[in-house]
Design a protein around this ligand. Structure first.
Ligand code: GDP
Length: 196
């Protein structure tokens, strides 16, 4: 399992601090508290890899995890903290837009959404952006353990339908870090991107 080999490499405050732009990498994006750190830890089968932290300041970095010599996972800063000053939010939005647009080794974005609150403004923006630049996007609708089976199926169907209008090629699945639901399915998509 490639993902079990994930290791923290560095936290970048600017794009020029990122490792050389070769090989293949996958970026993880999501609103703060959506469950992104937990999803990264679950996919990599490691408890303390990505920090599940509620401190806003700490999230304003791009964190690089290496899988092997030329494949990486990138944890993008979370959005949605009221406490983060607006100027800083704008700055990071530009940094992320530039990263997503220019990074040659980027194979796709994993967008983490809380399955109880899907398709918030940030998610819509990210899906539209991926469509505009032709970047693959796979949505993990996480914390699905908090929904009944029926609710989960309905919200997946509804979200896929709405996503189809924003970003027709994007895919979505149910996920739970707590109950380890959808882990193999997510790993399969990521592995396909990294091996393509
Ligand atoms: P991040 O800010 O997006 O990195 O979110 P975290 O991974 O830190 O998770 C935010 C909160 O949601 C934490 O209290 C987690 O324990 C909780 N959480 C994350 N994933 C799940 C899940 O799959 N199920 C449940 N029930 N809680 C989750």
């Amino acid at each position: 399992n490639l993902f079990r080999r994930a290791q923290f490499q560095l936290a970048a405050h600017e794009l020029r601090q990122l490792p050389a732009d070769r090989g293949a990498e996958i970026a993880f994006a999501g609103r703060s508290n959506a469950g992104k750190s937990s999803a990264l830890n679950t996919l990599c089968d490691q408890t303390g890899l990505a920090r599940t932290s509620k401190t806003p300041g700490r999230t304003q970095q791009l964190v690089v995890f290496t899988l092997d010599a030329d494949r990486r996972l990138i944890d993008l800063p979370g959005y949605g903290y009221a406490k983060v000053p607006e100027a800083l939010r704008d700055h990071w939005r530009k940094v992320i837009d530039q990263y997503l647009s220019d990074r040659q080794s980027l194979r796709g974005v994993v967008l983490i959404m809380d399955s109880r609150h899907p398709l918030k403004d940030f998610d819509r923006m990210m899906l539209t952006f991926c469509r505009d630049i032709g970047l693959p996007c796979h949505v993990l609708m996480t914390k699905v353990d908090k929904l009944s089976r029926g609710e989960a199926a309905r919200t997946l169907q509804q979200t896929r339908k709405e996503m189809g209008l924003l970003c027709p090629d994007a895919t979505a699945q149910l996920f739970s870090s707590l109950h380890k639901i959808g882990v193999d399915e997510a790993r399969a998509t990521l592995a396909q991107w990294l091996n393509a």
